[in-house]
Each structure stands twice: as C-alpha cells, then as structure tokens.
Design a protein around this ligand. Sequence first.
Ligand SMILES: [Zn+2]
Length: 380
Amino acid sequence: MSRTVIPLGRWAGVAIDVHWSVLVAFALLTGSLATDLLRRTVPDQDMAAYWVVAVIIAVGFLASLLAHELAHALAARREGAQVRRITLWMLGGTTELDGEPANPRTELLVAVAGPIASLVCGGAGLGAAFALRGPAIPLVVAGLGWFGLTNVVLGVFNLLPGAPLDGGRILHAVLWHRSGDRARAAEIATRAGTGVGLLVVAIGVGDLLFGSFSGLWLVFAGVFLLAAAQAELAGSPARDRLGDLPVGAIMDPAPDTAPEWLTIEAFLDQVTPGTRRRVFPVVSFEGHPVGVISLAELTQVAPRERRFTRVTDVCRATPGASIVDIGTPVAELLSKTTLRRGRDLAMVVRDGRLTGVVDADDLTRAVELALLGRSTYADH
Ligand SMILES: [Zn+2]
C-alpha cells in the first residue's frame, strides 16, 4: 500500500491518516446505497432523500471503521504498548503498533477489541433500526439496518482465524500462550491466513458466477489476505531469529557523507571519487543527519544547474531516510521501513549525531546471516 494519505489529525497522541482509496470507497458506497440498496429496500421515495440518507450512512460507516481501529489503539495503550498510527483505506483500516506485542495477553486484548467495537456498532445500528421501525421513516430504518448488518458481518469476518485478520492474531496469541513458541505460532496463524484467503476468494468467485456483484469485494479482500499472509510468512522467521540485534551491529560505522552546504558539483568532485556508495547521508554543519541523496536523483539535475544547486536543495528527508537510534533492533527497522536499493538509507544516530548508516544490502545481509545462524560480524 502506498503512503499517499490525507492526515486527519491526532487523537490521544495517535496520528490518524486516510488513504486516498477511502474517497473511492466512499463514493462507491454512497452511490450503491442511493441508487441500488436503499431503493430496492424502500422503493418510490424522493431521489434526494435516497442520496441524503446514503451520504449520512456512508459517513457513519467510515466512522465505525475508525471506531474499530481506535478500539485496537485504546486496548494497546491500556496494555502499555505504543501506537504509531491508524490508517484507513479502501478495505478497512490498520493500527500500527511500535514493535510487536510483548506477551500473548496483550496481543489477545488488542486483537479482540476491534471486532468487539464492530459488533457493538452493528448491534447499535440494528437496535436503532428496530426501535425506529414503522411506516414513518422507512428509509432511515433501511439505512440503519444496512449499517448494523454490515458492521456485524465485518466483526465476524475479522474474527476468521487467519493472520493478518484480527482472528488470526487471536489464534496466534492463544497458540503462543499454550506452547510458548512465538515463531511456530506465527507460522501456523499465517498458514491459516492463507487458507482463509483462499476460502474467501472461492466464495467471492462463486458469488460472481451466480451474478452477485458483491462477490467482487470478497475476491478483492481474499486476494489482499493471501498477499498479506504470504508477506508475513516470508518475513517472520527471519525477524524472530534476528532477536534484538541492534542496528549498531550491522551499520557501516564510517559512511561517506554529503555535507548539506556543498554544491552538487563540489560533492561530485570531492566525495564520490573516493567511494563505491550510491546513496549518501546528508549532514548539517553540526553533524546532525538531515536527509539522503542518491546518485540516481542527482542525474535528474541539469548539468548547468550543478554549480548553483546545493546538496540541501535536492536532499530527501522522508520517505526513505529514516533516522534510528543506534540501539534500535534490526527487526524493528525491518518492520518499519522498506529501504530501496540505491535510493534509501537508514541513518543511525547516537545522541542526535550521525554515527553510521544502514542500507538495503546491510539489512538483507543481516537477515541472511540470521537465517544461517550467525547474527554479528567479526569486525564489529
Ligand atoms: Zn481489526
């Protein structure tokens, strides 16, 4: 998922972002509610009334998706875990924690909070629809009924026992608690996720064959689940074996740097001849990391501009230029960022000053060594 997001602000210290695909989902949902679902359930109403109710219900539905994620975040905070951010996107939302849950109990409570919130929203919607039923406002009742039912379905869907669904996290927590073997539990939960993904795709395809358009959503969701489960399956054994190896152990401790005040021309004359590096940390006069530049980016600067453009003008702060403390576990850096080869760097700091860099190759090497049962280098 790309990080093209609209920040919605912070709530209790948690950044809430909305991915642009939510706008697409909102438009599709409002449209299908107004022109299809509500109209079929309650025919012969004023067209404007369909649209008004559709917009209100769609907004309410997005709010209920947010409530699901906020429930995860609140549970995490209660358990003392740091919540990095909440992102809403087309197929729901994600709540990112800083690092992995410390114990099965925390994982279980955080995972179960989201579906509970969905089921509560669902119950509230269905309850309100039931209380307001009668001939006076059938359109509102239909809208509330759809809202309630959809939230119940979402709550139940999220409880399916396969990672990365909440149910998969619950399964993982239970297996982890029972056996004490976190890595093995992760493997089983992600394999179950592959199974659930395949099942959802199959049901979606069946739906489509029988002419129901909603099958397309299931196929979408199933394919997403499969991809996410595969990604976790590939990532977790290495992450587990890395343990708490710090970035300081795998960094290049004497990187060539790009002083921010140099012109591109001076940088090319003074720094690049003496190194095989393609990406450089940009540092301020005081030695603080400012961002990164890559040779690939410098090729975009016109030759005659090189004498007038300074390193600071083309340097990139984020994304791709993470600043991490020297004690940060490699596993955490891996789960936080994707470093592109020849483009990005993680800048390692001690007391705010640049002390080394880690690039994509360093990370890959650390993972490969971990898989080979070696976690440190002889020369560090
Ligand atoms: Zn959830």
